[in-house]
Design a protein around this ligand. Structure first.
Ligand SMILES: Nc1ncnc2c1ncn2[C@@H]1O[C@H](COP(=O)(O)OP(=O)(O)OP(=O)(O)O)[C@@H](O)[C@H]1O
Ligand SMILES: [Mg+2]
Length: 251
């Protein structure tokens, strides 16, 4: 192992330990605030009401910190892939069912475009679901400022490749942000942790795949994931893309 990578690994462990140490006092703070809130519920004075509003703010901030630490720990540890034969078609249909109400509420039309044999793929279904969920959440957020729009998930198996795309007709990505999209903690959202895309990339790479995107500010964004359909062939994605037409490409 090179000096630089062992140093990086050491820093990773140190940061993981630090994050872990932060979690305990944080949960004590949360619990104490909740108890304080209960006490304040018994009082009806204006002072008590003001105190409760302040407690609410503190609890919100504690939750935000807790989310950050949680995401960090997930990210720092990485995943052990639990590969299983998966019906990806069904997984996506169920994801759509889960998000249906939310989409309607936000005036978003969602559409699933499937092609090829998707019902028997070897992957980690929980992680792939999480990756798609993160991309869909981002797509929904991107549509909010337009008051709604369209989101399409495309899944396609062609030859040795599985292509997954998430398209939206949302706000798009400013040219100046394009380089840092996958960077941990990069966010333009008030309540974002900026770990969504970093996590998606990690999951895709753990599956031996790669992720890219195309975007036009004001018009929309397309995330493109390419995975080897056969896990035996993972690790040789580059040569496969070179010989085969990528499933993400339009005819
Ligand atoms: N589909 C998209 N359209 C436009 N911008 C996007 C899209 N997806 C991601 N982004 C931009 O990339 C940033 C990083 O995304 P990422 O998912 O990593 O974090 P986040 O969404 O800000 O926070 P979190 O995922 O923790 O809620 C976003 O803040 C947003 O600016
Ligand atoms: Mg996100």
């Amino acid at each position: 192992m090179s000096k630089a990578s062992s140093r990086l690994e050491f820093l990773g462990q140190l940061a993981g330990g630090l994050a872990h140490e932060i979690k305990n006092p944080l949960s004590t703070i949360k619990l104490t605030l909740q108890l304080l809130d209960e006490d304040m519920q018994k009082e009806d004075s204006p002072t008590a009401q003001r105190a409760r509003r302040k407690i609410e703010v503190l609890l919100r901030e504690v939750k935000h910190l807790d989310d950050i630490v949680q995401e960090f720990l997930h990210f720092a540890r990485g995943h052990d892939l639990k590969l299983a034969r998966t019906d990806l078609y069904r997984l996506i249909v169920e994801l759509f069912e889960f998000l249906g109400d939310e989409a309607r509420r936000r005036n978003i039309r969602i559409h699933f475009d499937a092609d090829g044999k998707l019902d028997d793929l070897v992957l980690d279904p929980t992680l792939i679901r999480q990756a798609l969920m993160n991309l869909l959440k981002n797509a929904f957020d991107a549509l909010d400022e337009k008051g709604g729009g369209e989101v399409v998930v495309r899944a396609r198996v062609k030859g040795d490749l599985l292509g997954l795309e998430v398209l939206d007709t949302g706000c798009g990505i400013a040219e100046s942000n394009m380089d840092r999209m996958f960077r941990p903690y990069f966010t333009t959202k008030k309540n974002g942790t900026g770990m969504g895309l970093a996590m998606v990339r990690r999951i895709v790479e753990e599956h031996g795949g790669q992720i890219t995107f195309e975007s036009e500010a004001g018009k929309g964004t397309r995330f493109i994931i390419l995975l080897p359909a056969d896990p035996e062939k993972r690790g040789s994605l580059k040569s496969m893309v070179a010989v085969d037409e990528a499933p993400g490409e339009q005819p």
